[in-house]
Design a binder for this molecule. Structure first.
Ligand code: C5P
Length: 236
């Protein structure tokens, strides 16, 4: 990590079709404030975060035009058709001061409840090697459905994890891995998948399971509850 801290790329160019509502989910309110502002607020509060690169849908007219948060710069870049395209666009748009071997964080705009202590642990543990991601071991029994919606078989649960964000990799290595996945026609669903395809083994760092990705209408109520009970500013 550079002395000035890490930049965080925040993909926010999705349309959020699963939620319903009159606008993309990142602009729907939680407790009177757009979802994305909760997420950016939390990230910017982290002492080791140097700046935020928010990736927006081209033509996004709802972005509130934030230029800084908690004294950290907030920049924007236009995103792409898939999340992985948006992340790559954000990596490319980072300031020149971010070196190719510097670590960067990538965090979904749709995860406002991430805990500062988990970000710290990710930086500490994944920063000792070539990067990693927050996640949690699978605790439920996992079923494979057949086309009729019946349970065809039970998948093994051992060694299965759910992947969260932030994910942290070196700017150059992640850019190469995302470009290579795209060249091979693979739409990776997270950064770690691109790194795996490139032959790396990202470190899994266990984080709190309340780092939910707000996806459905019910998730908004849950996120509001969680945001109300988790303490701000590093007190978690
Ligand atoms: O759709 P989903 O919830 O999986 O998206 C995860 C994150 O990726 C969201 O913050 C969304 O705005 C972002 N995204 C993006 N560009 C896309 C699709 C999704 O930045 N083309």
């Amino acid at each position: 990590m550079s002395a000035s801290g890490l930049w965080c790329v925040v993909p926010a160019a999705g349309r959020g079709l699963r939620v319903g509502g009159d606008r993309p989910k990142q602009y729907l309110p939680i407790g009177g404030r757009p979802l994305i502002e909760h997420t950016l607020d939390r990230l910017a509060r982290h002492a080791q975060v140097a700046g935020l690169m928010v990736v927006l849908s081209p033509g996004d007219e709802l972005w509130p035009g934030l230029a800084s948060m908690h004294g950290k710069p907030v920049l924007t870049a236009p995103g792409g058709a898939e999340r992985c395209d948006s992340v790559l666009a954000g990596l490319q748009a980072l300031p020149d001061s971010v070196g190719e071997t510097d670590f960067v964080l990538v965090h979904d705009a749709a995860r406002p409840c991430v805990r500062l202590a988990d970000i710290s642990r990710l930086i500490e543990l994944a920063g000792r090697g070539e990067g990693g991601l927050l996640g949690a071991p699978l605790r439920d029994t996992l079923k494979r459905a057949d086309p009729a919606g019946c349970s065809a078989l039970t998948e093994p649960r051992d060694l299965r994890w759910r992947a969260f964000t932030p994910q942290m990799f070196r700017r150059g290595a992640l850019s190469v891995a995302l470009r290579e996945a795209s060249r091979r026609g693979v739409t990776v669903s997270d950064e770690a998948m691109a790194m795996e395809l490139a032959g790396h083994a990202p470190l899994l760092v266990e984080g709190a399971e309340d780092n939910i990705k707000v996806t459905t209408a019910a998730d908004f109520a849950l996120a509001e509850f969680l945001l109300g009970r988790t303490a701000p500013a590093g007190k978690e």
